[in-house]
Design a protein around this ligand. Structure first.
Ligand SMILES: [Zn+2]
Ligand SMILES: [Zn+2]
Length: 396
């Protein structure tokens, strides 16, 4: 798209008049009028093509929204999604297409690919056709944000993240310009909290926290000593879904993308509150006051949180558990545990006993219900994460 735009500019900008220009001046009036009629026909034809294209893109939007959010919740004529639902459709790592009170957004923006292709059943074109209004970023690493710039350009969505995320996305979009808003001050410390006015009818809070990081074993933790949580890698996905060269090239291009700090997002619609954290850092050592900030947030009903992280080798699932203890959700949905980078990652199912064992350290009365999603069968499967905001369950 950017290349086409540049080509157009070069054409308009310059050089000598084409030879045809001189010939045009010598044409008689009849010939000119004939040309005008021809031009009018051509314009009409272009108009027809444009209408057809708008119609087909509108029907593409309805079709992908029905697949991503469930047929019964998407208006077949307008593509509007049921405003009384919060629906999450997982597409790998902590990336979700989400309908929140009728607003269609993305939480993080990367379709896992590069070591394989087609393991996650959704495409770049699908996510553009989905027509999200916003892309919420947790942090800027490639597995969370490598598609954010092209998806924002293709769909017109506004990226929301830190100013550092915006700087990286803008650089990746060049020479095109995209819409990105930093919702916290640049360089602000963990524990910074901001209310974000982006979606009508949805209360949104952004909290700066800490990306996962390795720490020495915490011998005082009730879960100590933690067994190293390093499930065996699974290369089956690579064998079954061989990588396309362009996907590998895309991955290599983005391997060095910067974190740009990390934000946790909370969304409230009616009686229902969703919290999404795309990393879980060692708050105990690096920013213990953030645990107080999390405890002070409005009550969360469903927390979708990353469980894979750099501290799992020495401290297991301690950090994800501490987030859960501070946030105290009714339902907990682990993520970032799927096979997004075979060799580093494995299938999510192998994390199930590890996170179950960790959550068992929380007293039963305070322990959330575990809703475990598994790859690849729960990718783009909205029925596993559809929540009715009016349900009395959230008020209990
Ligand atoms: Zn990261
Ligand atoms: Zn990650």
């Amino acid at each position: 798209m950017a290349a086409l735009r540049m080509f157009g500019m070069r054409q308009r900008g310059g050089g000598s008049a084409p030879a045809g220009e001189e010939r045009y001046r010598t044409e008689d009036r009849a010939m000119r009028s004939h040309r005008r009629v021809g031009a009018a026909c051509a314009l009409a034809a272009i108009g027809t093509v444009a209408v057809i294209s708008v119609q087909s893109s509108a029907s593409a939007t309805v079709a992908i929204r029905q697949r991503v959010f469930g047929h019964q919740y998407v208006d077949a004529a307008t593509g509007a999604v049921d405003a009384d639902k919060v629906i999450l459709s997982w597409f790998g790592v902590t990336n979700f297409a989400a309908a929140i009170g009728g607003h269609v957004v993305l939480l993080d923006a990367w379709i896992p690919r590069g070591e394989y292709s087609g393991y996650v059943p959704i495409t770049h074109d699908d996510l553009i056709a989905l027509q999200p209004s916003h892309i919420f970023l947790g942090h800027g690493h490639f597995d969370h944000a490598a598609d954010s710039a092209p998806l924002a350009l293709g769909s017109g969505a506004t990226i929301l993240g830190t100013p550092e995320h915006c700087t990286q996305a803008r650089r990746q979009a060049m020479p095109a310009t995209l819409s990105c808003e930093g919702v916290v001050p640049a360089g602000s410390p963990p524990g910074t909290v901001e209310d974000v006015d982006a979606l009508d009818g949805v209360t949104i809070t952004a909290v700066k926290h800490v990306h996962s990081a390795a720490e020495p074993p915490d011998s005082e933790d009730p879960g100590a000593p933690h067994r190293p949580s390093t499930p065996l890698p699974d290369f089956g996905a690579v064998v079954e879904h061989l990588p396309a060269p362009q996907d590998t090239a895309h991955l290599i291009t983005h391997l060095g993308d910067a974190e740009g700090d990390t934000i946790l997002w909370q969304f409230t619609v009616g009686d229902f509150t969703l919290l999404w954290n795309d990393s879980a850092g060692p708050l105990e050592e690096r920013a213990p006051h953030v645990l107080d900030v999390l405890r002070a947030l409005p009550e969360t009903d469903v927390q979708v949180g990353a469980i894979m992280g750099f501290n799992q080798i020495t401290n297991g699932m301690r950090d994800p558990r501490m987030y859960v203890e501070a946030i105290s959700p009714k339902i907990y949905v682990p993520s970032h545990h799927d096979n997004w980078a075979p060799g580093v990652s494995t299938r999510g199912e192998r994390y199930r006993p590890i996170i179950e064992e960790e959550l068992a350290l929380i007293p039963a009365a305070e322990r959330p219900v575990l809703r475990f999603i598994s790859d690849p069968q729960d990718y783009v499967r909205p029925e596993v994460l559809t929540f009715d905001v009016d349900s009395s369950y959230w008020a209990s």
